[in-house]
Design a protein around this ligand. Structure first.
Ligand SMILES: Cc1cc2nc3c(=O)[nH]c(=O)nc-3n(C[C@H](O)[C@H](O)[C@H](O)COP(=O)(O)O)c2cc1C
Length: 368
């Protein structure tokens, strides 16, 4: 089977989640024996359709523009059995590059009108490839794809067109997070599996689709964490790409965001078989207490003071956020008595050593 995979993300390989997902889908298709050609539309010249209908009249099937679409992309599209449209979700829709591409497939339609199930349409000229739509979004809500989905379903509902399946990955920006590595690996593995299934049976099984769309974090926590990240980008004056390149850590600005981020950096393996309670008593901008029940593989965050604790850290909130985001040296600040620790100091030190999951960060899912 001849497959043409079209990627309309303008971002680079290391940053684009559309490309990340598409590469895995294509890998699965290759595995299943398909002949796949991948084209990045960004960087190609695809002029906007000017609505002259020359391709319907003076030169049937041939566009008036002489650009990459006419010379390269449309001929490849017409020779394919299957096309993957891979687009980032922009304003609840496919992005402008993909839209321009699809508009420029007009020469592959006949000018005449026909009616099918009470709907008028243009019959196709020759044969159209079947289509798989792949899209990724920033937000975690799958409903954000509904406008795009109804658009392409409508587009492909007339005779001669076939929409094989739609693959949507919400919260795709979170795929760069080393904290989500296990889940992200499963999503990517499932996407490769979807590629195999598509070549074998022209469908994706519900189990595979469920793995692809699995939630990463609940929407409320997503909001708190994403907002902390944006605020950090703004205060550090870095782009999202630079944030990832510099391996910056989002700075918690409330007890709620601290409770979410702190467990991600704890080396929970260091406690062995013990169960320990680590308490924070904050002063300054956030005047509050919280604690973490830590046992191997689990860090449970709670507001308020615990019944008892193994380690208690009394610190100004902003100072601890400086330490957490590598703006201040925790050891140095301790020596200078900027914060106090009571309880097992050596256990505390081992808790704050970089956990193994973070050291194994340099996967293909993280931005280098
Ligand atoms: C102009 C623009 C519009 C966007 N619109 C939406 C949107 O409507 N819903 C959403 O969830 N994400 C939206 N996003 C976020 C992108 O879908 C998200 O960043 C995605 O990872 C981009 O794909 P890429 O990484 O392949 O470039 C938008 C991003 C941009 C730049």
């Amino acid at each position: 089977m001849k497959v043409l995979a079209l990627n309309s993300s303008p971002r680079t390989v290391s940053q684009s989640k559309t490309e990340l997902m598409l590469n895995h889908l294509v890998r699965g298709m290759h595995d299943a024996g398909a002949e796949v050609e991948l084209k990045n539309l960004h960087g190609k010249t695809i002029k906007n359709c000017i609505g002259c209908f020359t391709c319907f009249t003076k030169t049937p099937g041939v566009c008036i523009h002489k650009d990459d679409m006419t010379n390269e992309l449309l001929p490849k599209w017409l020779k394919s059995d299957l096309v993957i449209y891979a687009t980032p979700l922009y304003n609840y829709a496919m992005n402008a590059t993909m839209k321009a591409f699809i508009e420029r497939t007009l020469p592959s339609m006949q000018p005449f009108f026909e009616i099918h199930e009470d709907r008028m349409y243009h019959p196709v000229r020759g044969k159209w490839p079947a289509v798989v739509l792949l899209s990724v979004s920033g937000m975690p809500d799958e409903g954000h794809f509904s406008a795009l989905s109804s658009h392409v379903r409508y587009l492909y509902s007339s005779p001669g067109r076939r929409l094989v399946t739609e693959i949507y990955r919400p919260a795709a920006e979170s795929m760069s997070s080393p904290f989500l590595k296990q889940r992200v690996d499963d999503v990517l593995d499932a996407t490769t599996q979807a590629g195999r299934e598509l070549i074998h049976s022209m469908e994706v099984s519900p189990e595979t689709m469920t793995r692809i769309t699995q939630p990463f974090v609940d929407p409320r926590n997503f909001t708190i964490m994403a907002n902390a990240m944006w605020k950090t980008c703004i205060s550090e004056r870095v782009t999202l790409k630079e944030f990832a390149e510099k391996k910056l850590i989002p700075r918690p600005d409330s007890l709620e965001s601290f409770l979410l981020f702190f467990p991600l950096g704890v080396n929970d393996e260091s406690v062995g078989d013990r169960k320990i309670v680590l308490q924070f008593k904050f002063t300054g901008e956030v005047e509050n207490s919280c604690y973490f029940n830590i046992e191997k593989g689990l860090v449970d965050a709670q507001k308020g003071p615990p019944a008892s604790s193994d380690i208690t850290i009394e610190t100004p909130f902003e100072l601890w956020m400086d330490i957490m985001t590598n703006k201040a040296d925790g050891g140095q600040m301790f020596m200078e008595q900027k914060y106090k620790v009571s309880g097992d100091l050596s256990l505390m030190m081992s808790l704050f050593q970089r956990p193994r999951t973070l050291c194994a960060n340099e996967s293909e899912t993280s931005t280098p």
